[in-house]
Design a protein around this ligand. Structure first.
Ligand SMILES: Nc1ncnc2c1ncn2[C@@H]1O[C@@H]2COP(=O)(O)O[C@H]2[C@H]1O
Length: 619
């Protein structure tokens, strides 16, 4: 957690605009005291604000970003701008009832418990508002499940280009409709092309030549003419009711905010579950909500060059990034976790092929060992065919990655593998990848798992593939890192922790192996057997077998991390069967085809939905 200087002006402005402290506008002394005792803090994505059971002497108010409230690994609530957090522990004198963790980079305001309690005692309206908030939360836990999932409200702004904000909102709305959800656009943006008479044909343009049936259009409510000077306060009061009503009818309410501050815009921000701020050049300062950088990735790539993306690419036409963002807003995002297994991990590529044919997209990827290498290619949004080509050409070429050496530390030197990973993934940082990506390693010194979610991709992959005994460990920052599969070969929980609603895993470790594996040389194979003995001596088979058996048993404890698990039939292949690419790929292909209906059901997709000519390329 890093601190930055508090800014009195920002704090005062913020407090005046959140329901809990709004009434302090009429109590200047208490407001000053509150500002004096408050402190603003930044929390990095994934960092814990506090953990369940911790004692507390303070409360937190979310200033920007999103804090996830967790019971164990289950995400039970999201706290957004203006939400109070940690009050149960303070007021009841017990430990925190849940853990709180940053879903994105966040800023929170920390208020010492003593000051907060003093404030409640001296300003009754703050106490009343607190009771209302707590009652609403309590009510939320009592309501029928259907009522627990009302539509969500999302505000969008693009301070650098107001006109573009209208286009963003429109393409997001189209993506939401593609997901089969109901959406309405409210616009306060006078520059929005959606509300210009002269741009009547814009909608057809935006949708592209093939679509454009007017019945497919999202509902657009233009509130801009109501922003008459002097009547904004009245509008603010009415907007709250309007939004509550729309929430019940639509799955998503998208609000295009004008950039000029107005009470109406503020009312929208107060009610929004999520606020997106797009930018191209400068990350908005004192950001209200989640900043998303728009980049242009149309740049032609040279042959063999991997695309490097640095943010969302948003077009009026719905593309992959828009769909992913829409799924995040709808809380229906999907994560894919690819397990390790040496050559067996090729089966992942077969599954990816089927997913692509079926138009099934994932929004984030995690992986271990070779599963992470294939996952990285997917997270870079390479088409399945390209992934297969790269695997065939370099990544799974045993000569290229199995450089023998005197086996003191490990059987293979790992230099060729490191060079290869560097040449393929050079210059790519994990945080710049188009899909969020995670891969793990195990630190032999501390016995803890290390999860890479930022930094150089080739380095993270080099760590995650360093199977003990096969490749040397990587010494880094006082740690000794080996293949993450030693601790968790299918790291799906990290996807849930990062807010992905559905998690699908592909396990390529044999789940059952009735045949006992041979670990020595088969004399009947004669000369061929001797050749294999020299090339793949029993030590490798023993390591291979031990890892497979350990992974099989560890997986039994991990099943709850997944909504759906695919298990390609790869029991008859070993870690080094790189020469059997075709058969292994086929096993993945078969399994994905076999499980399609179940997978669709787990992801709550209509059966065969995207087969009807709506196959999507990666985007
Ligand atoms: N269902 C919920 N909805 C919103 N916030 C919650 C919910 N449950 C717990 N919290 C918050 O999570 C915090 C966990 O620590 P506390 O128990 O101190 O206070 C809790 C509340 O601030």
């Amino acid at each position: 957690m890093t601190e930055f200087n508090q800014d009195t002006h920002i704090l005062r402005n913020f407090f005046l605009h959140i329901p809990l402290f709004r009434s302090l506008g009429g109590a200047p002394t208490e407001m000053e005291e509150l500002i004096r005792s408050s402190e603003m803090r930044m929390i990095r994505r994934g960092e814990f604000l506090f953990r369940r059971g911790d004692a507390s002497d303070r409360i937190y108010i979310v200033h920007s970003g999103e804090i996830g409230i967790y019971q164990g690994e289950k995400l039970i609530a999201l706290q957004r701008r203006g939400s109070i957090c940690g009050e149960v522990s303070l007021l009841s004198g017990s430990g925190h009832s849940s853990s709180a963790r940053a879903m994105f980079d966040c800023s929170v305001i920390v208020i010492p418990g003593e000051s907060f309690v003093r404030l409640i005692e001296s300003v009754p309206s703050v106490g009343r508002e607190l009771i209302r908030i707590l009652s609403e939360r309590f009510r939320g836990t009592l309501d029928a499940p259907a009522d627990l999932h009302p539509g969500r409200i999302c505000s969008v702004s693009y301070p650098e280009q107001e006109e573009r904000s209208g286009r963003m909102v429109f393409s997001l709305a189209l993506a939401v409709r593609e997901e089969g959800q109901r959406v309405v656009i409210l616009t306060l943006n006078e520059s929005s092309p959606l509300i210009f008479e002269k741009d009547r044909n814009l909608i057809e343009q935006l949708q592209g030549p093939e679509s454009g049936r007017s019945s497919d259009l999202p509902v657009i409510l233009n509130l801009e003419p109501l922003l008459v000077d002097g009547q904004e306060e009245q509008l603010r009061l009415n907007l709250h009711d309007l939004l509550s009503g729309l929430r019940r009818t639509f799955d998503l309410v998208l609000v295009d905010l004008a950039n000029r501050p107005s009470p109406a815009a503020q009312a929208m921000l107060d009610d929004a579950d999520e606020s997106l701020v797009f930018y191209r050049k400068e990350r908005p300062a004192a950001s209200v909500g989640r900043a998303i950088r728009e980049t242009n990735v149309d740049r032609r790539q040279k042959p063999g060059e991997l695309p490097v993306f640095q943010g969302w690419r948003m077009d009026p036409v719905v593309n992959g990034a828009t769909r992913r963002l829409a799924r995040q807003l709808l809380q229906s995002s999907r994560g894919l976790c690819l397990g390790g297994g040496g050559a067996r991990a090729l089966a992942h590529a077969g599954c990816l092929d089927v997913f692509e044919q079926e138009g099934l997209e994932f929004d984030a990827v995690s992986g271990s060992s070779m599963g992470a290498v294939i996952g990285a290619l997917y997270a870079l949004q390479l088409p399945a065919k390209e992934i297969r080509k790269m695997i065939g050409r370099y990544l799974f070429h045993s000569d290229a990655i199995l450089d023998k050496r005197l086996p003191f530390v490990s059987f293979f030197g790992g230099h060729r593998l490191a060079d290869l990973l560097r040449s393929v993934f050079r210059g790519i940082r994990i945080e710049d990848m188009p899909l969020p990506f995670f891969c793990n390693a195990a630190d032999l010194k501390s016995g803890q798992m290390v999860m890479f979610d930022s930094g150089w991709l080739d380095f993270a992959l080099r760590c995650t593939v360093s199977l003990p005994g096969i490749y040397p460990p990587v010494e880094w920052n006082g740690r000794t890192l080996v293949d993450g599969s030693v601790m968790n070969n299918l790291p799906g929980e990290i996807l849930r922790q990062n807010g992905l609603s559905h998690v699908v895993g592909i396990n390529v470790s044999p789940v059952a192996d009735p045949l006992s594996a041979r670990t020595g040389v088969n004399r009947r194979e004669g000369l061929k057997g001797v050749y294999r003995f020299v090339n793949l001596p029993p030590i490798l088979k023993i390591v291979n077998r031990s890892i497979s058996v350990a992974n099989r048993e560890l997986l039994k404890f991990r099943l709850n991390d997944f909504d759906f698990l695919l298990n390609p039939d790869v029991g008859s292949f070993d870690l080094f069967d790189f020469h059997r690419q075709r058969e292994i790929l086929h096993a993945g292909y078969e399994e994905a085809n076999r499980q399609l209906n179940g997978l669709r059901e787990a992801l709550r997709l209509p059966a065969g939905e995207q087969r009807n000519g709506n196959a999507r390329g990666s985007g």
